[in-house]
Design a binder for this molecule. Structure first.
Ligand code: HEM
Ligand code: HEM
Length: 275
């Protein structure tokens, strides 16, 4: 077995053992007729606080314990474990009461956005590196503008040279809206190439009615359209990799607020911190 795989397996087993230990202690509480909901509530709360520490690890670079990669891996395993703890805590049934329902929804969205994020990261990150050169996210917009300007200059030169406005009309009817910003977000995420094929078909269909010089301009445009399409692809994938964190992270903070309120209410009306 190779080393990274072995290390992963050990970490996974550690988290599994922690989970099993929790279920054992929880059974002991049940048998001793103490409220295991209090215990599981505290363990769940501790787990959520641990999961939130990843934010600190990311922001404070000199935070001394463990590499960023190790933190992320534990985050994912403990994240999955928190789902089980949560189900155990709510007794594997739908919650009653408004605050409890809201809390359950907030927890579920945080959990599911995490799972969505990790699945997307694995799939899209691999696709980004296998599909040619990667462009820095902040460079995509300016590069798209650059391509649009280059095409506009070629259209203008061709119009002046051939004294025909055919290409200029084609530009404003078919190309302008495609070139002014990132397009075809969903098709790119879903790996559908139909929009590019349609555009290239329109270009080659239009070429038939042009002079040799104009055709050359259209060929240059086709090349630039492909380049623009590759930038759209990068934009769609890289944005998706960022967007989910805008759900995951704010949800984490709402979770903390609702959990503290819930814990305080439970303690006040049961009159007990632990059982
Ligand atoms: C992230 C932290 C937490 C989450 C997401 C959470 C979630 C929930 C939910 C959704 C319920 C409703 C279950 C139902 O109606 O069947 C519940 C019940 C309960 N929680 Fe928590 N909880 C958390 C933390 C805590 C803490 C820290 C405590 C300990 C003080 C606690 C003690 C309880 C108790 C005793 C119940 C049962 C209340 C009853 O049956 O009326 N929970 N929790
Ligand atoms: C329900 C409890 C969870 C909480 C409270 C939580 C909290 C957090 C926090 C605070 C961050 C740091 C984000 C930042 O500051 O940039 C984060 C990132 C992340 N979480 Fe979670 N998370 C939870 C569950 C999960 C689950 C179940 C998974 C996946 C199985 C997951 C996967 C991730 C990933 C992949 C990151 C991004 C890390 C990175 O790109 O650096 N999380 N989470």
């Amino acid at each position: 077995m190779n080393k990274p795989l072995k290390r992963r397996l050990i970490r996974f087993l550690l988290v599994l053992i922690a989970g099993l230990l929790f279920f054992a202690v929880s059974r002991v509480f049940d048998i001793a007729l103490m409220s295991s909901a209090h215990l599981s509530g505290w363990v769940l709360f501790g787990t959520v606080v641990f999961l939130m520490l990843l934010s600190m690890r990311k922001r404070i670079r000199f935070f001394p314990i463990g590499s960023a990669e190790l933190w992320l891996q534990f985050h994912i395993y403990v994240g999955f474990l928190s789902g089980l703890l949560f189900l155990q805590h709510i007794g594997w049934s739908m919650p009653n009461g408004t605050l409890e329902i809201i809390l359950a929804i907030v927890f579920s969205v945080t959990f599911l956005s995490g799972v969505f994020g990790i699945v997307m990261s694995r799939i899209l990150a691999r696709r980004l590196t296998t599909q040619g050169h990667e462009t820095l996210y902040q460079h995509i917009g300016p590069k798209i503008d650059e391509i649009n300007e280059e095409i506009k200059a070629a259209v203008l030169a061709s119009t002046e040279q051939s004294a025909s406005s055919a290409i200029a009309q084609f530009y404003s009817k078919e190309l302008h809206s495609f070139l002014v910003g990132p397009r075809n977000f969903l098709p790119h995420v879903l790996q559908v190439e139909r929009p590019l094929q349609n555009m290239l078909k329109k270009i080659s269909g239009f070429e038939r009615y042009l002079s040799a010089d104009e055709r050359q301009t259209m060929q240059l445009i086709a090349t630039k359209v492909r380049e623009k399409n590759a930038l759209d692809y990068q934009y769609a994938l890289q944005s998706t990799l960022k967007i989910w964190l805008f759900v995951h992270v704010p949800m984490t903070y709402s979770l903390l607020v609702f959990a503290v309120t819930h814990g305080a209410l439970v303690i006040s009306y049961t009159g007990a911190v632990l059982s």
